[in-house]
Design a protein around this ligand. Structure first.
Ligand code: UDP
Length: 412
C-alpha cells in the first residue's frame, strides 16, 4: 500500500527573521494564486537520508501557504529495496548494472504503486529513481508531473542510465541539484534547485555548548578533548573508512584526538549494516572512535549535539548528491572539511567557508591545521554560516518550487 506520511504543522512566519522578510514576502505572493493546488509527493522512505529530511519540512510549509499537499511513501519489500539500492549505486557510477530480474522487480513494484496512486492530482511530485516509472504507468492520474532527482548523475553507469532514461526523460518538469547532474536526453523543462535545511528543527536549532557536551558525554565522548565528527549513512560513497584513516593521521600530531561517526540506518538501505560492520572492524576497537547509529538512540538532538560539540565536522564523501550534513555543519558555524565531490563544493569554497580535500591524507592535515588554529576555524565557520543562511535554508527552497509550480500552472 502507498503509505501517507503524517507531518507536523509548521508556520512560514516563524522563519521571517532568520532569512529576512524579502524571501517570505515573495513566497506569499507566489503562493496566493496557487491556493488549493493539490500536490502529492511520492518517495521511497519516510526515514533516513536527505529526501525524507527535506519533505518533513517542505510538506508542512506548502500546506501553510495554502497548497493541498500530501506525501506518500511507496510500497516495497526487501527485493525491491535491494534492486533500488543497486540502481542508486549504478546511477552514481557503480560498474554493476541491475540484473534483468532486478529491473523486473523495480518495474513490478512501480506498477503496484501506480495502481494505488490517487487520481485528480494537480502536481505529482516524484522523488528519485525508485518510483520514477510512475508517470509512465499512471499518466492520467495527475495533470502535472515533476521528477526530482536528488542524486549525483554526473557519471552514471551507461547501461543503467540508458535503461532508466525512457522512464524519466518525458517528465514535463524535472529538478536537479546541479547542472552537472542532468543526464543528456531529458526532453522536458529542467530546473536547478539545490536543497536546503530547516533551521527550526531539533537538529538545527542552537543547542548550548553545555547541553551539547552533556549529550555527547553520555555516548562516551571525553568533552575536554578534541573531537572530529562525521554524520552520515554507513555507505562507501560517504567514505567512513577514509575518515578513520584521516583521524589516525591527525592523531599522530594530536594524540588526545577523538572521532565520532554517527550514522542512521535507512529503511531503504539494506547494505547499511554490512558497511556498518566494515567500519567497526576498520576502527579496530580504538576506544577513541565512537561509532553510533539510531539504534543506540541517536536521533535529531543527538546529531545536533555531536555537530555542535565537534571541533571539526567532516563529510569526506567521494560522491555526494548535495550533502545536507554539510549545510547542517555550516549552519552551526563549525570548522568544516568536505570531500571535493558533488554538491559539497557548492557549499564549501575552499579556504573561505571550509576546506575541500581529495584524500584521507589531506583531510588529516587540514584537521591538524584547524585544531592548531581555532581562530581560523571560527573565521571559516562564520563565513560558512552566512553562506548557508543566504542560500540553503528552507524558505529559499520553498520559493524555488513555488516558482516552478507557477510556471506549471501557467502552462496547464
Ligand atoms: N542523518 C541523521 N542521523 C544520522 C545520519 C544522518 O539524522 O545518524 C541525517 C543527516 O543529519 C542529514 C540526512 O540524514 O540531514 C542525510 O542527508 P545527506 O544529504 O547528507 O545524505 P544522504 O543520506 O541523503 O545521501
Amino acid at each position: 500500500m502507498l503509505q501517507p506520511v503524517h507531518v507536523a504543522h509548521k508556520s512560514l512566519a516563524d522563519y521571517t527573521h532568520l532569512v529576512g522578510r524579502d524571501v517570505i514576502d515573495e513566497i506569499r505572493a507566489l503562493a496566493e494564486p496557487l491556493k488549493g493546488l493539490r500536490v502529492v509527493h511520492v518517495s521511497s522512505t519516510a526515514f533516513g537520508g536527505g529526501v525524507s529530511e527535506l519533505l518533513y519540512t517542505l510538506v508542512p510549509l506548502m500546506r501553510d501557504v495554502g497548497l493541498e499537499c500530501d506525501w506518500n511513501v511507496i510500497y516495497g519489500q526487501d527485493e525491491f529495496f535491494h534492486a533500488t539500492k543497486q540502481l542508486h549505486n549504478a546511477l552514481q557510477g557503480d560498474p554493476q548494472d541491475l540484473s534483468e530480474d532486478q529491473w523486473a522487480i523495480w518495474h513490478g513494484y512501480n506498477e503496484m504503486n501506480a495502481e494505488q496512486l490517487p487520481g485528480d492530482i494537480d502536481i505529482c511530485f516524484v522523488h528519485d529513481p525508485q518510483p520514477a516509472a510512475l508517470m509512465r504507468l499512471a499518466d492520467d492520474k495527475a495533470r502535472g508531473w515533476l521528477w526530482r532527482c536528488h542524486i549525483d548523475l554526473s557519471s552514471p553507469n551507461p547501461a543503467t542510465i540508458e535503461r532508466l532514461l525512457p522512464f524519466v526523460r518525458d517528465y514535463p518538469h524535472s529538478v536537479f541539484h546541479l547542472r552537472d547532474y542532468v543526464p543528456t536526453g531529458m526532453r522536458g523543462q529542467v530546473h536547478i534547485v539545490p536543497p536546503a535545511i530547516d533551521p527550526l528543527t531539533l537538529k538545527n536549532m542552537a543547542l548550548s555548548p553545555d547541553d551539547a557536551a552533556f549529550v555527547c558525554q553520555q555516548f562516551g565522548v571525553d568533552v575536554d578533548r578534541p573531537l572530529l565528527v562525521q554524520v552520515s549513512r554507513f555507505d562507501p560513497w560517504k567514505d567512513p573508512l577514509g575518515v578513520i584513516d584521516a583521524y589516525r593521521l591527525a592523531k599522530e600530531s594530536v594524540p588526545e584526538l577523538q572521532l565520532a561517526l554517527v550514522g542512521s540506518m535507512a529503511s531503504d538501505d539494506p547494505e547499511g549494516w554490512e558497511y556498518f560492520n566494515a567500519t567497526l572492524s576498520h576502527a579496530d576497537a580504538d576506544d577513541d572512535v565512537k561509532i553510533l547509529n539510531n539504534f543506540n538512540g541517536v536521533g535529531a538532538i543527538e546529531v545536533n549535539a555531536f555537530q555542535a560539540q565537534a571541533d571539526v565536522v567532516i563529510q569526506k564523501s567521494i560522491r555526494e548528491g548535495f550533502g545536507l550534513t554539510v549545510t547542517e555543519a555550516l549552519w552551526k558555524g563549525k570548522p568544516f572539511i568536505g570531500g571535493n565531490a558533488g554538491g559539497i563544493p557548492l557549499q564549501v569554497r575552499d579556504g573561505e567557508t571550509g576546506f575541500l580535500v581529495d584524500s584521507p591524507h589531506s583531510c588529516g592535515r587540514r584537521c591538524v591545521e584547524l585544531l592548531a588554529d581555532p581562530g581560523l576555524g571560527r573565521r571559516l565557520g562564520r563565513a560558512g554560516k552566512e553562506h548557508a543562511r543566504r542560500n540553503f535554508l528552507t524558505p529559499r527552497y520553498l520559493r524555488d518550487y513555488l516558482r516552478i509550480f507557477s510556471a506549471m500552472a501557467d502552462q496547464a
